[in-house]
Write a protein that binds this ligand. Structure first.
Ligand SMILES: C[S@@+](CC[C@H](N)C(=O)[O-])C[C@H]1O[C@@H](n2cnc3c(N)ncnc32)[C@H](O)[C@@H]1O
Length: 350
């Protein structure tokens, strides 16, 4: 069998720089990429998060890897990438330079953020006491981009099985008796802080125009997207329920799958529920998810629980070892719950 075409097992993990790893993959072979790269912030002073000598150098570093990611993605394939607000424009530049096309910014709002700013306590200018140099971080952004499709979306889907988002599988559950909702670009953690952001006032087209009056297209003139408004919606929670709900990573998210007494020491573990939702959104059923900045393996755990194949790469030996344990455990628990034949059984290489 042609080596490049040889199927891999349900998951395949690699250690090293993802640039070398990506170069080993066949062009147009990956269905989706869901990844959480360094942010160039020197977060907690960690080496792998340094800015590599400044903005331009950092962007060049990431662009090199994203150019390879572009090559291995199937035409129409999506990539979702975490960014930090302060350097999200760097990440966006690298995504742009690699040829990937912007689709959405997905915003994850949470109440657990902290202010890292300095609170003024001054005897010289007591009128400024209590002022702060920053606000509390309340959200993170995930950028959703796409490799251009070949021809129409329909043609691309037929040939490559990618090119559109699986919105049905990611619909937000409605209140009892109510239809589920089309997923939006906002995700929240259900905390009091996040819920306060949502006003109780009506905010949906259906509710605002629920009088049956014709919709006038004052701004876009000839755009003809319907003439009669939908009936008003009955919501039990009109403010926030229409957004996907997802907390930040919990202790069980972080340590699940590790032997008793062992803890996940990765400083930026992502929530499994969020990673499952993102993988499901951008990956066709049974498809292959790639995370080239795998860390402790949250994307891989999510991919296993969703029945996808997974390819992961991580630079650090310590994080790689943790990822391997977590992903193996997730895979094994799926095997216990599911008919093994439902998965592709392939020779283990690890
Ligand atoms: C933000 S963390 C990912 C955390 C992960 N989402 C989790 O839940 O554990 C980014 C990871 O990228 C890794 N990394 C940095 N440079 C890399 C490179 N060139 N190739 C592969 N991995 C790299 C770091 O060691 C770090 O673990």
């Amino acid at each position: 069998m042609n080596k490049s075409k040889r199927p891999y097992k349900q998951y395949s993990l690699h250690r090293g720089d993802c640039l070398s790893f990506l170069k080993t993959l066949t062009s147009n072979s990956i269905d989706s990429i869901v990844t959480d790269p360094p942010g160039g912030l020197s977060f907690m002073g960690i080496d792998w998060d340094s800015d590599r000598g400044g903005r331009d150098r950092w962007i060049k570093w990431l662009t090199k890897r994203l150019t390879e990611a572009y090559r291995v993605l199937k035409p129409g394939g999506h990539l979702v990438m975490w960014t930090y607000p302060r350097t999200s424009h760097w990440t966006r530049m690298a995504l742009d330079d690699s040829g990937l096309v912007f689709v959405h910014n997905l915003i994850h709002v949470f109440g657990t953020g902290k202010s890292h700013g300095k609170i003024v306590k001054s005897t010289d200018s007591p009128e400024f006491n209590g002022f702060s140099t920053t606000l509390k971080t309340s959200y993170e952004e995930w950028v959703l981009v796409r490799k251009p499709s070949e021809g129409t979306v329909e043609r691309n889907l037929k040939k490559w099985k990618v090119g559109a988002l699986n919105v049905d599988a990611c619909a937000v559950e409605g209140a009892p008796g109510q239809p589920s909702r089309f997923p939006g670009t906002l995700v929240h953690d259900g905390s009091v802080e996040a819920l306060q952001i949502f006003p109780d006032a009506p905010g949906q087209l259906a509710r605002l125009r629920g009088d049956g009056a014709p919709m006038m297209n004052h701004v876009y003139g000839k755009m003809n997207h319907g003439t009669v408004a939908k009936p008003p919606r009955v919501d039990t929670d009109p403010s926030s329920a229409r957004f996907f709900y997802c907390t930040k990573a919990s202790r069980s998210d972080k340590n699940g799958g590790l032997p008793d007494g062992e803890t996940n020491c990765h400083p930026t573990v992502k929530s499994i529920a969020l990673m499952r939702w993102l993988c499901r959104l951008v990956t066709p059923p049974g498809g292959t998810v790639l995370d080239m900045f795998m860390g402790s393996g949250s994307t891989g755990v999510a991919a296993m629980l969703e029945g996808f194949r997974f390819l992961g790469c991580e630079l650090s030996a310590e994080y790689y070892a943790t990822a391997k344990k977590r992903i193996t455990h997730a895979w094994a628990s799926c095997m216990r719950l599911t008919r093994p034949s439902a998965f592709v059984t392939l020779k283990s290489s690890h």
